[in-house]
Design a protein around this ligand. Structure first.
Ligand code: PLP
Length: 404
């Protein structure tokens, strides 16, 4: 069976984890701090905080911005549940909007969804392909939209507009106008979950890039406290001679990254640009070259000159089929010993969000994309021969269903 997305475990990564285990320091410490600096250097943003998940990073940034009951956060309907769940945790309302043909949040739909209650827009770089950030950044800074904004705390007053908080869980290393994600919006959150391009088993990072007059370093320091119970000294700082006493400044969260996770991340980041992304691009190009020979195939855009993906997911669509036919195609692909997936079931198809009153008929593009989508395996260790096996399995499965 060709798996969908196994992690790449370098020998060097195992060595680095062993080094941490033997160092006597396994929780947040020097390797986490180093990993944060390396991510910042890679992305070109201002400061980066590592945590135990992207979900925690998104929620903590909503809370940092004071998002609460009565507020609205604009979220694309086509995403993983985490993007909207964190809004619900804060007591605010996720305002779901439809997506475009590239699976990403539609700028036009955002325009229609902004109200005087909107505090945050959370674009999601689906499959690693960056959203229309020029459009989104311009929109939140436009006089009409600023005029609607109702700041009700210090950070909201300071920014004076809607915060753009990117769910960049898929898009580490993607580019827009020559700039990397992390450096494209106010704040971007990466995921290092086991199936993501760069993994620390579980983990995430908040890339801070707030404009003047924010002091991103001061915010980073505050967030270190906020993600560690509100405690003003971390465990390492407390080990210094005479430094055992600490204070708690708020009821914070527990979301710090361990040095074991960071050691994985350090090694993977070293290989990311020169190996991980190179191999993933080769696989994308091979899929595109083969599927472009078939009229039924709708290929994903992934390099437009302006926007370049991080090659996270290859979302193939089959033209003019129903959801049931797509499911049959997937069944046949699995029967050929190839694992594929569907990203994502739009939120209104899930019991909880249906229960909140969202209806899939209000999101026709998302449903159309979803009902015809099949995500193909993409990972470093997928050989050229495996790629050919995947392509043959998909072509045979589609032909069986279309001709059957
Ligand atoms: C994986 C994922 C997340 C959550 O990441 P975690 O690190 O598992 O919390 C959030 N959003 C999207 C779009 C994802 O794919």
């Amino acid at each position: 069976m060709i798996p969908f997305s196994p992690p790449k475990i370098y020998d060097e990564l195992i060595e680095e984890v062993i080094d941490t285990l033997k160092s006597g320091w396994i929780t947040t410490g020097p390797k986490t701090k180093q990993f944060e600096k390396e991510i910042t250097r890679f992305c070109g943003n201002k400061n980066t905080l590592c945590l135990n998940s992207a979900t925690a990073g998104l929620e903590i940034m909503l809370r940092w911005y004071g998002v609460k009951e009565g507020d609205e956060v604009i979220v694309p309907v086509y995403t993983y549940c985490a993007s909207a769940n964190v809004v619900v945790h804060c007591g605010a309302k996720p305002v779901l909007v439809d997506v475009g043909d590239d699976f990403n949040i539609s700028l036009e739909k955002i325009k229609g969804a902004i109200t005087e209650k909107t505090k945050v827009i959370m674009p999601v770089d689906f499959a690693g392909f960056p959203c229309d950030y020029n459009g989104i950044n311009k929109l939140v800074s436009s006089p009409e939209v600023i005029q609607l904004f109702n700041p009700n705390n210090e950070n909201q007053q300071k920014l004076g507009r809607i915060l753009v908080l990117s769910d960049a869980a898929h898009s580490l290393g993607a580019e827009y106008d020559g700039k990397k994600t992390g450096n494209l919006t106010d704040v971007s959150v990466f995921s290092f979950h086991a199936v993501k391009n760069l993994t620390t088993s579980e983990g995430g990072a908040v890339a801070l890039n707030l404009p003047e007059p924010f002091d991103n370093e001061a915010i980073y320091n505050y967030l270190c406290t906020k993600t560690l119970h509100g405690q003003n000294k971390d465990a390492l700082a407390k080990t210094k001679v005479g430094a055992w006493r600490y204070d708690v400044i708020e009821a914070g969260y527990k979301a710090n990254m361990t040095d074991i996770q960071a050691s994985m991340g350090l090694v993977e980041l070293k290989h990311y640009d020169g190996e991980t992304l190179v191999r993933r691009k080769e696989i994308f190009d091979a899929y595109t070259a083969s599927f472009s020979l078939h009229d039924w195939a709708q290929l994903p855009e992934y390099d437009t000159g302006t926007k370049r993906t991080s090659y996270h997911l290859y979302p193939l669509r089959v033209k003019d089929i129903t959801e049931a036919q797509r499911d049959q195609i997937i069944q046949h692909i699995f029967e050929s010993e190839v694992s594929v997936n569907v990203h994502f079931q739009p939120l209104p198809l899930l019991t909880f969000y249906k229960g909140l009153g969202y209806d899939i008929v209000d999101f026709p593009m998302a449903y159309d994309n979803y009902s015809r989508e099949i995500s193909l395996p993409v990972y470093y260790d997928l050989s050229d021969e495996n790629v050919k096996t995947v392509i043959d399995a998909v072509v045979n499965a589609v032909q069986k269903v279309l001709n059957g």
